[in-house]
Design a protein around this ligand. Structure first.
Ligand SMILES: Cc1cc2nc3c(=O)[nH]c(=O)nc-3n(C[C@H](O)[C@H](O)[C@H](O)COP(=O)(O)O)c2cc1C
Ligand SMILES: CCCCC(=O)C(=O)O
Length: 365
């Protein structure tokens, strides 16, 4: 049976972002679904990202006034209407025929920051130049050839992207058994259009390790981060920080922001949940740079908990992609609006009319 087309109205039974999952499944091929949902190994970390939020309880403070509240925040010199951002997700034409263009439209109408992946299927120029473009950051996968990375940085700067997000936790994709079982391959009509051509995967000679002598030959290191800091005119944010030691190193080096993330459990299985790693990272960072978090955000209350534990904002991945697959730009916009309103409800019922008032004291820890 061929997948159904995207919805053109939101049905009344979609009231939470998780309701998009079943609608997305009916509209995606088995391979696209496997790629979207996949985690590494046995997917312990994928599940833990979700479960850890339900184990953190709110406190419930009553009779606080929330009239005149709002969800605005300021980051790296820009004001954002709310703290729920779109995480970089590769190859979005797997999920909707307009790919990242559709996501960007949904983001623009809800005034949502979108982080565009290096591996997008619409060029970074086309996304930025659309008549209705959202605020944008560019996610950079450092390339084996520095001149290719530098070209991406220059193009992002020229097109008005406001920050560079360097993903540091995926020197290789990890062991994604769900993708392997589904025989996932990128369909021939799709490619990473920002890159000159798919760079050949480094290979190992017979008898050598595929990992140490192959994939890791061109993997980035801390010296590459130093190099980006010396070249870029934009704030540089590292995505995929879980260990306080790495957070401290990054701050000392002069990076401008951190994203606590385990890549949605897609790279290294049995890492802790991102929300479990946040407090120790926040403690060592001690306010030196803003911290964001992604992994497992499915409810406004999850956003509230991340902010209470030290994040300035959060990113969502799979939920908006499921909404994109189910209902295109309309779905993306509706999913974000749903999460934002849930956050506002928790804020109002916790006596925290603004984001800076959300603290650990509003949780039952
Ligand atoms: C299908 C898919 C593709 C992704 N592609 C990228 C990518 O290109 N670059 C990147 O930094 N992270 C990528 N991620 C990770 C997300 O940015 C984010 O860390 C993760 O999805 C957050 O977890 P969540 O899906 O539970 O919200 C991808 C995630 C998914 C689900
Ligand atoms: C090395 C991984 C490339 C895309 C990606 O980040 C993802 O699928 O999670």
């Amino acid at each position: 049976m061929s997948p159904k087309s995207p919805l053109t109205v939101i049905p009344p039974d979609i009231v939470a972002v998780s309701d998009y999952e079943a609608y997305a499944r009916e509209r995606l091929s088995d391979m696209a679904w496997a790629y979207l949902q996949a985690g590494a190994g046995d997917e312990h970390t994928v599940r833990r990202n979700l479960e850890a939020f339900s184990e953190i309880l709110l406190k419930g403070r009553v009779l606080g006034s929330a009239a005149g509240g709002h969800t605005r925040l300021s980051l790296f010199g820009h004001v954002y209407e709310h703290p729920i951002f779109l995480a970089p997700v590769a190859y979005q034409k797997l999920f909707h025929s307009d790919g990242e263009r559709a996501t960007a439209l949904g983001a623009a109408v809800t005034q949502t920051l979108m982080v565009l992946s290096t591996l997008s299927t619409v060029t970074l120029e086309e996304v930025a130049q659309a008549e209705t473009a959202p605020p944008l950051w560019f996610q950079l996968y450092l390339q084996a050839d520095r001149s290719v990375s530098l070209d991406l940085i220059h193009r992002a700067q020229r097109e008005g992207y406001r920050a560079l997000v360097i993903t540091v936790d995926a020197a290789m994709a990890g062991v994604r058994n769900r993708e392997q079982r589904a025989g996932f391959r990128l369909p021939p009509h799709l490619s990473a259009v920002n890159l000159p051509s798919q760079s050949p995967v480094p290979t190992a000679a017979p008898g050598q390790s595929r990992v140490f002598d192959g994939l890791m030959k061109t993997a980035p290191g801390w010296d590459d981060i130093e190099w980006v800091l010396s070249e870029a005119r934009l704030p540089v944010i590292l995505k995929g920080i879980m260990a306080p030691e790495d957070a401290d190193h990054a701050c000392r080096m002069g990076v401008h922001g951190l994203i606590v993330s385990n890549h949605g459990g897609r790279v290294l299985d049995t890492l802790p949940a991102a929300i479990e790693a946040l407090p120790t990272v926040a403690a060592v960072v001690a306010g030196r740079v803003p911290i964001l978090l992604d992994g497992g955000i499915r409810r406004g209350s999850d956003v509230f908990k991340a902010l209470a534990l030290g994040a300035s904002a959060v990113l969502v991945g799979r939920p908006y992609v499921q909404a994109l697959a189910a209902a295109g730009p309309l779905g993306v916009a509706h999913a974000i609006r749903t999460l934002r309103e849930e956050l506002e409800v928790v804020m109002a019922l916790s006596g925290t009319p603004t984001l800076d008032r959300i603290r650990a004291e509003h949780l039952s820890l």
